[in-house]
Write a protein that binds this ligand. Sequence first.
Ligand SMILES: [Zn+2]
Length: 292
Amino acid sequence: MSFKSKLAIIGGSRSYDLLRENKLGEEVESKIVETPFGQSAPIHFFQDDSIEYLFMSRHGEERYSTAAPFVNYRANIWGLKELGVERIISWSGPGIINDRYRVGEIAIPSDLIDETKNRLNTFFEKRGLGFIRQSEPFCPIIREALNGSLANLGINHRKEGVYLCTEGPRLETPAEITKYKIIGGDLVGMTLIPEVFLARELEICYASICYLTNYAEGVRDRRYKGGKLFEGIQDEEEHAAVEAALCNIPRIIKEAISILNDIDRDCLCKDAMLRYKKNGVIDNNWRDWIKG
Ligand SMILES: [Zn+2]
């Protein structure tokens, strides 16, 4: 198999089906990578005459079988690095804290707040490494490509936003959402952290597409309805808007990949560990960076 792509997609629930249904390349191979942190999730190679990328489903292959706190983020990011990945586009469906955003909109987050509690968020447990500046936690070049893709396709979207990551798997209380709003969160989800920071530790570019699924608790007055969509947090009209947004994601990705194919990796992400290399603490053999 001749496979040159160094770009991976990490998708949320239903992403595997969406890519297959939308014929975003044919699946030509699948691998599980053994890493120092356990096995990665299956990594699928998609390819046809017009597109080529690797794909990983974050929450399991067929359904939501692994909730966000239990994803082996370190094995997943390490596994992608092992296969030569230099760029990651992820997608997920967060809720809305800032009610200027609308359910069914697409947003390209520009900053993060970490409210997770129990996650292993570094590769460098036994090293004095990882003091990495986060002036731009997402890759500016991939963000620009995603915003460019959405503009080219004529899809209204939000070019930026602060994604606040909670621990989960439970949803948030109204008081928590009030707090998150005060501290500057626009969107609330459970998946981007530590994925984004782990990618940076291995000098991989990372940015994300968010399709906004619901107003977070207390942002709108929604009575609890047992067994309904998100127990009543989402209404039928919003559900249709979310489905439409989700179905747009494969073509947004396709256009973004085509834009990125013509742009060099001239960004800060690839030099995240340069200071340590210059100091002689580590060399370019990234597999040794975790060894004390
Ligand atoms: Zn980058």
